[in-house]
Design a protein around this ligand. Structure first.
Ligand SMILES: NC(=O)c1ccc[n+]([C@@H]2O[C@H](COP(=O)([O-])OP(=O)(O)OC[C@H]3O[C@@H](n4cnc5c(N)ncnc54)[C@H](OP(=O)(O)O)[C@@H]3O)[C@@H](O)[C@H]2O)c1
Length: 254
């Protein structure tokens, strides 16, 4: 199958391209570096022509609604016009979450549904690298701050890429559909994440200082709205600890 991957040079998109290629499909990465800009629609028609499916991994969290909401809608309209199956990556727990980016991701899903074409939305929990970033951000030296009961059920990015490849190469839905959410194998508190991160570089367990959640966003995380109810999500891929064992001693970026 000929499958277009938006954001195909990004973290998730490049793994989707690799996975599809390994399965014998013609995976075509597209983004601004290949002349496809979702904010203008430039290059979109040509990219979608002759495609069986498009996996949408492009995003830019620094541009507000521009790419996340409007760029996604532009892509969804173009795919719907051509009957191309759109497979979209979204985030677990965004239905009732006040974080601005999560609200945008929800509007992106609504835009895809409104476009009316065959589409599948896959929601994933935070990737291991992002959970590690959050835990590092909440740590200073041997002290880790946790807001209430905040926890993550982080998932391996390659596992998510594999599910997106399954969906894009599988049966095309007739309309908008949600796939079963995906998550990693275990739920870890911020303290547990920080303990694993420090152990990874040979340091002792941190002192965890628990603070109350102030404000809607922190309360939503403290209430674990980002963690699926047990049994609601398909779980798989390596644990956070197993993923960490493949990483350099000092992590950087997300
Ligand atoms: N990280 C997580 O924990 C997590 C969890 C669940 C879901 N997700 C979702 O996963 C998706 C991908 O995340 P990621 O971390 O892989 O992203 P990423 O590495 O930042 O890659 C995003 C790609 O989008 C492309 N892009 C940006 N603006 C564009 C535009 N105007 N037109 C066309 N392409 C554009 C960029 O390529 P160019 O610069 O070449 O344009 C870039 O390679 C996001 O939708 C995110 O919400 C992430």
């Amino acid at each position: 199958m000929r499958i277009i991957v938006t954001g195909g040079a990004g973290d998730l998109g490049s793994r989707v391209v690799r996975e599809l290629t390994a399965r014998g499909h013609q995976a075509v990465p597209v983004s601004r570096r290949t002349g496809v800009d979702l904010t203008t629609g430039d290059g979109l028609d040509a990219a979608l022509s002759g495609a069986d499916a498009v996996v949408h991994c492009a995003d830019d969290t620094s541009r507000g609604d521009t790419v996340t909401v409007y760029g996604t809608r532009r892509l969804a309209d173009a795919a719907a016009d051509r009957g191309v199956h759109l497979v979209h990556i979204s985030i677990v727990g965004i239905d009732d979450h006040p974080m601005a980016y999560y609200r945008r991701k929800l509007r992106a899903e609504q835009g895809i549904e409104a476009a009316g074409g065959p589409a599948t939305v896959l929601r994933a929990t935070q990737f291991h690298s992002l959970a590690a970033f959050f835990a590092r951000t909440l740590s200073t030296g041997p002290i880790t701050v946790t807001i209430g009961d905040t926890a993550f059920q982080p998932v391996d990015t390659d596992f998510v890429a594999g599910r997106l490849a399954d969906l894009a190469s599988g049966a095309r839905p007739t309309a908008y559909a949600r796939a079963t959410d995906v998550a990693g194998p275990d739920v870890l508190t911020v303290g547990e994440l920080a303990t694993l991160l420090r152990a990874h570089r040979g340091a002792s367990a941190p002192r965890v200082v628990r603070l109350p959640a102030i404000g809607g966003v922190l309360r939503a995380f403290a209430e674990r709205r980002n963690v699926p109810f047990p049994g609601d999500a398909q779980t798989g891929g390596p644990t956070f600890a197993a993923w960490l064992s493949t990483q350099p001693d000092r992590l950087s970026g997300r």
